[in-house]
Design a binder for this molecule. Structure first.
Ligand code: NAD
Length: 400
């Protein structure tokens, strides 16, 4: 009896393993050729290299937007065996050409500045929302085995909060009058103090910028069309992604890159509000891990997942640690006490759903991720355009 039992205990995992391997092999043979829109960008280029290393055939469609890539539209480093098409998701013919013979699409192409989206409304909606519409229109006739769309934490607006009595607050906003008085923390409906909690996917979106709205559009449109046309679709809500290859010339996005370009130019990072706002910084290789799992995992389909590190840190702490690690501790971050319209106070990820359904496990600590970023920064030249970007916001009345 005991022997039979131990036999069956030994043999069962083998059967499960065999079934798993067979399923994985089937999936791998189904998805071999992958298109990444926006694949020459920060996240896309890391993803493209990783997919090639794993044996996929990768094509990239990117318009090499000058705001991200500077004036020279340079193919990213180590882009061997990746087909690059210089083209635009807003142009049907470019997309049609890029979609030839692909089994799966990662849709990453987007304009990515939150503040900028509030005065370049047409361009953000055209690029993000209509660009996605263009893609989906073509996928009706050329369906793929998997569509993965890059969504964003920005769609939550403020994160989740609780009050001292244990009540959870799903919808919290900061009125302009309080920001003018430098009262940064959001309050409950009855004026009670709140503390921030990890934000799960079940928190209702509360869109605070055109960028956030357009990311929500992208996510919802892809999931909806995926369901309708049986295109297995997954949305990944990225939190604050950082890592090597981040655009250092784009002053509208990527707070770590913005701090880095200030520090590289011998200037102090400057921080809005009091610097105590909390975010979740996730290393790009963990984001790539999530993208891989979204392509391969059968349970991922028709879900939107938070992709963060699961850890929170204040913006001030990030700036201090960067200055320290770059050997410039004298460049103490400047706390400006200014604020940007639409900025949220705290939002960091609850990643339980991605852990459970995708098998996602963030691996890179802030310490090692920042060390790697700083080694890379040593060989970079950064054009610091943050002042310019800030003045633009101020002129439009969006930063005070
Ligand atoms: N980096 C983050 O922290 C973060 C957080 C949340 C969501 N996201 C999302 O992830 C995606 C990738 O972000 P990223 O940080 O790599 O940005 P990125 O700006 O580095 O990359 C975007 C790429 O898309 C290209 N692109 C833009 N418009 C295009 C168009 N019309 N046609 C073709 N290519 C176009 C750009 O040239 C660029 O190479 C975006 O959809 C972004 O909204 C990023």
């Amino acid at each position: 009896m005991g022997a039979r039992c131990s036999d069956c205990i030994r043999s069962r995992p083998k059967q499960v393993l065999f079934a798993d391997v067979k399923r994985q092999l089937k999936e791998r043979t189904m998805i071999r050729r992958v298109l990444i829109t926006g694949g020459a960008g920060f996240i896309g280029s890391h993803l493209a290299r990783e997919l090639v290393r794993s044996g996929y055939t990768v094509r990239v469609l990117d318009n090499f937007s000058a705001q991200v890539h500077g004036k020279s539209s340079r193919i990213p480093d180590q882009f061997e065996n990746i087909e690059v098409i210089e083209g635009d998701v807003r142009t049907r013919a470019h997309l049609k050409h890029a979609l030839r013979d692909v089994d799966a699409v990662y849709h990453l192409a987007a304009s990515v500045g939150v503040g900028q989206s509030m005065y370049e409304v047409h361009s953000y909606v055209e690029n993000n929302t209509l660009g996605t519409a263009n893609l989906l229109q073509l996928l009706i006739e050329n369906p793929v085995e998997r569509l993965v769309v890059a969504s964003s934490m920005s769609l939550y607006g403020e994160g989740l909060y609780k009050s001292a009595d244990g009540r959870v607050h799903f919808e919290t906003r900061r009125p302009l009058e309080r920001l003018k008085k430098k009262e940064w923390e959001p309050l409950g409906a009855e004026g009670e103090s709140l503390s921030a909690l990890p934000t799960p996917e079940s928190k209702r979106p509360d869109l605070a910028s055109i960028y956030a709205l357009s990311k929500y559009d992208q996510e919802m449109m892809c999931l909806l069309m995926g369901r309708t046309y049986r295109i297995p679709t997954v949305a990944l809500r990225f939190f604050n992604v950082y890592g090597t290859g981040q655009s250092l010339s784009n002053p509208y996005t990527g707070v770590m890159a913005i701090f880095a370009s200030r520090l590289l130019n011998g200037k102090t990072p400057s921080i809005f509000e009091d610097g105590k706002q909390m975010r979740d910084f996730v290393h790009v290789s963990d984001v790539v891990q999530a993208c891989r799992l979204a392509l391969e995992g059968p349970q991922a389909v028709d879900h939107a997942f938070n992709i963060g590190s699961g850890e929170q840190i204040t913006i001030q702490e990030v700036a201090l640690r960067m200055a320290e690690a770059m050997g410039k501790p004298h460049l103490v971050p400047e706390i400006t006490g200014q604020y940007r319209v639409g900025d949220i106070r705290h939002c960091f990820a609850d990643i339980s759903l991605a852990r459970t359904l995708l098998g996602y496990r963030p691996r890179v600590s802030m310490e090692s991720g920042m060390r790697e970023l700083i080694e890379w920064l040593a060989g970079q030249r950064a054009v610091d355009r943050t002042q310019e970007a800030r003045e633009e916001l101020a002129v439009k009345g969006l930063a005070v």
